[in-house]
Design a protein around this ligand. Structure first.
Ligand SMILES: [Ca+2]
Length: 184
């Protein structure tokens, strides 16, 4: 099983690289469906990344411990993981949640960052395939007073799981989520 998972996850990454390459080529970008966000602008490489939903910038590092400094180097702003209620402002980028490719916060990880406030507005990402995470989430954490909801299909449709703060395993929606929201 472990080998099959690895192969599938590598394929997902290759698909992401292919999507970026297509975008650079310019073909089709203007005709992208409304449910497909533009491909991210990627800095660095590695299995641990931070993605800013507002700016579409993704920063990656080999180790989770290297990610915070890589984000500051690439964007000039700290991405804060706050416990409880965060102080949201345009000057602060706040991590609303982290998704993981294996149960119990293992495997690849992605921090989702925004300057919006999940207490007053719903934060969302409509197509996880665009950032290389379609049907790949196995566990998650939430920060800054937010709670995570996973959706089976893109565009917040299909089976719904959540809202929950932290989950080490996610039952039948494991490796099924295709869109995601954060609220209170
Ligand atoms: Ca799905």
């Amino acid at each position: 099983m472990a080998i099959r998972f690895t192969a599938r996850k590598r394929f997902a990454l290759l698909a992401l690289v292919g999507a970026v390459a297509l975008s650079i080529g310019g073909a089709g970008a203007a005709n992208a469906a409304p449910t497909s966000p533009p491909p991210p602008i990627i800095h660095g490489s590695g299995d641990h990344c931070s993605f800013n939903i507002d700016t579409n910038v993704m920063v990656c590092a080999d180790q989770e411990s290297q990610l915070a400094s890589a984000v500051v180097a690439a964007t000039g702003k700290e991405a804060v993981k706050a416990d409880g209620s965060a102080k949201f402002s345009p000057q602060v980028n706040t991590v609303v949640g982290t998704i993981y490719s294996f149960p119990s916060y293992g495997g690849r990880s992605l921090d989702l960052v925004t300057s919006s406030n999940c207490q007053t507005s719903l934060i969302s990402y409509t197509n996880l395939a665009t950032i290389g995470w379609d049907n790949d989430i196995d566990s998650f954490k939430s920060y800054s007073g937010c709670k995570t909801t996973l959706w089976e299909n893109t565009g917040f449709t299909g089976s719904k799981y959540g809202p929950y703060v932290d989950k080490t395993s996610i039952g039948v929606i494991a490796n099924q989520a295709s869109s995601i929201t954060w609220g209170n």
